[in-house]
Write a protein that binds this ligand. Structure first.
Ligand SMILES: [Ca+2]
Length: 300
């Protein structure tokens, strides 16, 4: 399936118009002997219009994503990709890890899972937080609603009251069980979903307002900066790319993000044929989960 978006539809439309302008209506005009010059003029205008439309649409297609439905998994709740790995949970709270085309079931029951430089982490229905260690889940003492291992060194979770916090690089990498030293540092503000990358952590609050914070490996920071727009979830890739979904199910990506301009330059829509509830990006692949339970992987 090509779910890449308006670019494909646009070319189809312009070819139909092109055919329409170059076909029978033009001939009819040309054959009406009473009015040759205007007919030729009209034909030229129409040709030019069709050509311009075609060029515009080909420009659009340059930004389009080509999406394929992932047929081997259904009813995903959420998906996360990082460092070449892909993990997901479904609506029955079963965690999965992608191997080849096969979605291998991981042990336990989770409603949120994340993979990245900080390892593989998850949260269960009771807001208990776990790290994947030697093929099993070991529990961390702190509760969380959602967390992200996508930062270069640390992860940020959101407690059930939306209080964000940060685990230092040494604590997140070194965590191996209940006896590990644990120093979570509370962050200011209230966020419902957050995700970290090499140039900072992005978050959204309960009003879908968007914020960005830069943290060092010991969680030192200068607070949140407000970013324009509204999103209901947001994910940062290991390369710093940012993708999010708004309450209408539209997917957006942030343009112009660099180390020296971590907030980028503006939002750009990623056209999708159906409403999307979750998105993640890693190594050229955009993974999306639709409201209706389809999972698609998109490239461009
Ligand atoms: Ca992530």
């Amino acid at each position: 399936m090509r779910g890449g978006g308006k670019g494909i539809k646009c070319v189809t439309l312009s070819l139909v118009q092109f055919k329409h302008y170059m076909g029978p209506p033009i001939t009819t005009l040309s054959n009406s002997s009473t009015n040759m010059p205007p007919a030729k003029y009209s034909r030229d205008i129409m040709r030019a219009t069709a050509a311009v439309l075609l060029v515009l649409c080909l420009l659009t297609i340059g930004h389009a994503w080509d999406c394929q439905i992932v047929v081997d998994i259904k009813n995903l709740m959420q998906i996360d990709a990082g460092l070449g790995q892909v993990v997901a949970t479904d609506t029955s709270q079963i965690p999965y890890y992608l191997v080849g085309d096969e979605w291998v079931r991981l042990p336990g029951s989770l409603r949120h899972i994340t993979v990245g430089p900080a390892g593989i982490w998850g949260v269960n229905n009771g807001n208990l937080m776990f790290k994947y260690v030697a093929g099993n889940w070991v529990q961390m003492a702190t509760g969380a609603k959602q967390l992200d291992a996508g930062g270069a060194v640390f992860l940020v979770g959101d407690n059930i009251d939306d209080t964000p916090w940060c685990l230092s690089r040494s604590a997140s990498l070194g965590f191996m069980g209940p006896d590990s030293p644990l120093r979570g540092i509370m962050l200011p503000g209230a966020v419902k979903y957050s995700s970290c990358g090499p140039f900072g952590c992005w978050a959204v609050n309960k009003n879908d307002d968007i914020y960005l914070m830069s943290l060092n490996q010991d969680c030192q920071n200068n607070g949140w900066s407000h970013i324009d727009g509204k999103l209901s979830m947001i994910e940062v890739a290991t390369d710093g790319s940012v993708f999010g979904v708004n309450s209408a199910g539209q997917v957006y990506t942030r343009d112009g993000i660099t180390a020296s301009k971590p907030d980028g330059t503006g939002w750009r829509i990623v056209p999708m044929y159906m409403p999307i509830k979750h998105v993640t990006y890693d190594l050229g692949r955009l993974w999306v989960v639709s409201n209706s339970g389809f999972t698609m992987v998109c490239t461009h």
